[in-house]
Design a protein around this ligand. Structure first.
Ligand code: PGA
Length: 240
């Protein structure tokens, strides 16, 4: 099974030129740039398409604005419920849920982020409740169309004191997430959404996560901004 690599550039790089350079080396990945770079990156995709070059990165958005606008730029994926939005910008669960529905109704594939803030205490119930709130009101067929990104907030590189999760504990959380979906929405086990892991993924640890069957890909923040490092990540992911 081909593993999925998503680059979440957040508010980087600082210049359009750097964004173009980074995009060119991100073949094989889904790149989620800041909105202001979408137009130019979608133009690069078109130029490549006209030259019959098939190997270009896919485009994703970091949040949903108008689905119609995003689709015009060839965007196929959209990150929903990233922890920066949930925790730094205070986006409540109901808004995350509405955005998820909006993405689905616009035929964009949602990359739905869930993850606990801390591993202390009853993180299992926290995760379960977050999943229930995030997917509330969706039909099972809609949930099956999503990608889920398990991103423990404490493991994300911009969190002070961050350290990557271990593949084993990520698997424990992914199991809680999938069991919650399967149990509440009666999903067919084989149709439950694919799970990605995100949180300080680098070329040094990506293989350890991706060798696990239950981990279908990675969502990479900081390391996706370094050309050499990201090329290595893509290369490793394509050979797992
Ligand atoms: P990181 O970010 O890879 O820099 O930890 C991941 C994310 O926030 O999506």
């Amino acid at each position: 099974m081909k593993k999925i690599v998503v680059a979440n550039w957040k508010m980087f790089p600082n210049t359009l030129q750097e964004a173009e350079d980074l995009f060119r080396v991100s073949v094989g990945a889904i790149v989620c740039p800041p909105f202001v770079y979408l137009e130019e990156l979608s133009r690069l995709r078109k130029v490549a398409g006209q030259a019959k070059i098939k190997s270009v990165p896919e485009l994703g958005a970091q949040d949903i604005i108008s689905g119609e606008i995003l689709r015009q730029f060839g965007v196929k994926y959209v990150i929903i419920g990233h922890s920066d939005r949930r925790w730094k910008l205070g986006e409540p669960g109901e808004i995350v849920n509405k955005k998820l529905k909006l993405a689905l109704s616009n035929e964009l594939m949602p990359i739905v982020c869930v993850g606990e803030k801390s591993r202390d205490g009853d993180f299992e119930s926290f995760l379960e409740n977050q999943v229930l709130a995030t997917f509330a009101g969706l039909a099972s067929g809609q949930i099956e169309k999503c990608l889920i990104a398990y991103e423990p907030v404490w493991a994300i590189s911009t969190t002070p004191g961050a350290r990557p999760d271990t593949p084993e504990s990520a698997l424990e959380s992914i199991k809680i997430i999938k069991d919650t979906l399967i149990g509440n929405w009666k999903l067919e086990i084989g149709n439950s959404p694919k799970a990605l892991y995100g949180g300080s993924v680098t070329s040094a640890n990506v293989r350890d996560f991706l060798v696990k069957n239950e981990i279908s890909g990675v969502l990479v923040g900081g390391a996706s901004l370094d050309k050499e490092e990201f090329k290595k990540i893509i290369e490793i992911a394509s050979n797992v």
